[in-house]
Design a protein around this ligand. Structure first.
Ligand SMILES: Nc1ncnc2c1ncn2[C@@H]1O[C@H](COP(=O)(O)OP(=O)(O)OP(=O)(O)O)[C@@H](O)[C@H]1O
Ligand SMILES: [Mg+2]
Length: 246
């Protein structure tokens, strides 16, 4: 690996500690008012925003480190259920989008309760019980990053709904993430997988969208021997399908 890459990766790695300290500090103020003193509504709002943004930064840092690990051919396989994968991603996405829904997801004790919790936010799940409960042996961080990127994109671009579907068949895990947004014109369907390609034009878009998510998804999928199929067109929403060999 070139020297500059290592330096950048070590710098990114070293961000983990200060971000955790900021996160823990803000959480202590919020959760331990008995020890740190009472807060006003406005202070609570600001502190919650700080916590959400430290979480977002932690995701970014972990994603970059995971890509570096993938590039070096490092795989860390573990056993986890499809349910824990999907629930984990939904919690991460909703921790940023709507913390109340994130809490409802954490507390949902069954698949129907989980569906009810996310249904209010326009998300549907379609998993057969057998798939949902199956234990797969994969690199959890990579699969999670793939699914989180697709779900985050669907959230960003949807009109009203996001549908997540999954099946295990012939020793492969297939996941679909579908939204009902503006869709992706055929002319952009290659380019969205390039690094730094985005379709947004405003300053806000530039801050929110780096055009790295899907490029990262492709790197991770390639390293896992998986593939991605996009089904979309202008005005027709977008459906991303990923197939991961088990
Ligand atoms: N579900 C979707 N519907 C419409 N356009 C999409 C969708 N998913 C991705 N795109 C388009 O593909 C581009 C690249 O997506 P990608 O995830 O790589 O980057 P991003 O979401 O813009 O930024 P980030 O680096 O934060 O993920 C997006 O800017 C968007 O234009
Ligand atoms: Mg993205």
């Amino acid at each position: 690996m070139p020297d500059t890459n290592i330096k950048t990766e070590i710098l990114i790695h070293d961000l983990k500690v200060p971000i955790s300290v900021i996160n823990a500090g803000a959480r202590s103020l919020l959760e331990r008012q008995d020890a740190y003193g009472p807060l006003t509504e406005k202070q609570i709002k600001v502190l919650k925003r700080i916590v959400r943004n430290t979480l977002a930064t932690q995701h970014l840092v972990n994603d970059v480190l995971e890509l570096g690990r993938s590039r070096e051919g490092v795989k860390i396989c573990s056993q986890f259920t499809v349910a824990s994968l999907v629930v984990g991603v939904l919690v991460e996405v909703f921790d940023l989008a709507d913390p109340n829904v994130a809490d409802a997801i954490r507390n949902a004790a069954s698949y129907p309760r989980l569906q009810a919790a996310i249904g209010t936010a326009g998300v549907t799940l379609d998993f057969a019980q057998q798939t949902w409960e199956t234990c797969v042996c994969l690199d959890a961080a990579k699969v999670r990053q793939i699914l989180r990127n697709l779900v985050t994109n669907a959230f960003k671009h949807r009109a009203d709904r996001v549908d997540i579907r999954g099946v295990i068949r012939e020793n492969r895990l297939t996941l679909w993430v579908k939204d009902d947004g503006r869709g992706i014109p055929r002319s952009d369907q290659q380019r969205i997988f390039e690094t730094y390609f985005t379709t947004g034009g405003s300053i806000e878009d530039a801050i929110q969208s780096h055009g790295l998510g899907l490029a990262g998804v492709m790197v991770l999928l390639r390293d896992m021997g998986g593939k991605l199929v996009l089904d979309s067109d202008s005005g027709r929403g977008a459906e991303f399908k990923v197939v991961i060999p088990l």
